[in-house]
Design a protein around this ligand. Structure first.
Ligand code: NDP
Length: 338
């Protein structure tokens, strides 16, 4: 039974084969393993998310998510299929989504914190940890909660080719905004144009502040990166602009420190900063998310892109890939077919 163990706290980027290690010392007999009233799940697709870097920090560091302990099986959002069940809420063949351990097979006690997936449109199961899962919810719920978007306004979205950013672009276009979006490769720039960005640029070859001077000023900034990009957005902000503080990935691997040069402008420009953690918005917005987004995805009106890495052995490499930006779309570790 392959699984991935957290092995050491990285100081910079996660190191494949060192930070998280693939382990095969656990054996499991699928026919006889004791379920104790629970169910046996076969993992299909695992989501590798940027925030997982915050789980690789010493427990004393100020991350908003709890740190992994050395030696524990790492976990994140994933989808699996039920192989055996002694739990009346769960049937063999059901697909389950939620926080799961990075294991090929898991025995799970109850559905607490997990959900049986309803998939009438036969979307790929991986979508339930991407556009229809936590990243999709992040984009939809925080956009609805904090953007106060008005037709004709201008928004800047960083990391616009990722699972969160690409949905933000599309929601902003549906609301009638002008969208400026940045990402780290020309291929990603192409994808941002395909999903509707009016202005899309590669921040590695074009200066963000120059684009914002030319195409701004901005009413809303959707921040996925922090650092100099956030500073450029503050400089380009209009009076009363809204900042949706979703992530600050530019500093996740360089000491987890987040200084901002020009924060003083928050006063003179009357800026509003909305920081959030998605779990806290689900109770309010969950029903509307499931009513709105799955049909738009099923009809193709909302597009999404996945980068599928094959096999649980790839886990450590993908933890690095999302931090480096070599993923091109929602990073998924495909563990097994059904
Ligand atoms: P992505 O699929 O977009 O992957 C992360 C991307 O970040 C990389 O592909 C890379 O894209 C970009 N990146 C990496 N390093 C840098 C850097 N130094 N400067 C600028 N960009 C960088 O991830 P998601 O869509 O899943 O997540 C996007 C953001 O949303 C993250 O910051 C994440 O932490 C945050 N988030 C926050 C949540 C919340 O509750 N607040 C919930 C979910 C996500 P590129 O090639 O463009 O550089």
């Amino acid at each position: 039974n392959g699984r991935v163990l957290f092995n050491s706290y990285p100081t910079g980027y996660p190191e494949p084969g060192k930070t998280a290690v693939y382990d095969t010392t656990e054996t499991i007999d699928l026919d006889t393993v004791s379920l104790n009233g629970g169910f046996l799940l076969k993992t299909l697709d695992i989501s590798i998310d940027p925030y997982l870097r915050g789980r690789m920090v010493q427990p004393t560091t100020s991350s908003y998510s709890s740190s992994w302990e050395i030696g524990q099986v790492i976990n994140s959002h994933a989808v699996g299929i039920v192989l055996r069940s002694e739990n009346s809420d769960v049937k063999v063949g059901d697909h389950i989504v939620g926080m799961l351990e990075h294991k090929q097979y898991s025995v799970i006690k109850s559905l607490e914190g997990l959900r049986v997936i309803d998939n009438p449109s036969k979307l790929p199961w991986s979508a339930f940890v991407g556009v229809l899962g936590m990243p999709g919810q992040t984009a939809f719920m925080a956009w609805r909660e904090y953007s106060s978007a008005k037709k004709g306004e201008t928004v800047f979205v960083s990391t616009g080719a990722g699972s969160v950013g690409s949905l933000v672009i599309q929601l902003a276009k549906l609301d009638g905004l002008k969208v400026i979006a940045s990402a780290g490769s020309d291929e990603k720039v192409q994808f941002m144009k395909e999903v509707g960005a009016d202005v899309a640029f590669n921040y590695k070859t074009t200066k963000t502040e120059e684009v914002l001077v030319k195409e701004g000023p901005i009413d809303i900034y959707w921040d996925n990166v922090g650092g100099e990009t956030l500073e450029a957005a503050i400089d380009a902000a209009k009076l009363n602009a809204r900042f949706i503080e979703c992530g600050m990935i530019s500093a996740y691997n360089t000491g987890y420190s987040f200084p901002i040069r020009n924060f003083f402008q928050i006063i003179g420009k009357s800026l509003t900063f909305h920081g959030f953690v998605i779990g806290r918005l689900v109770a309010k917005w969950g029903a509307e998310f499931y009513k709105t987004i799955p049909p738009l995805v099923a009809s193709g009106q909302i597009k999404f892109k996945e980068h599928i890495y094959k096999g649980l052995e790839a886990d450590g490499d993908v933890l690095l890939a999302v931090q480096k930006g070599t993923n091109n779309g929602k990073a998924i570790v495909h563990v097994a077919d059904e």
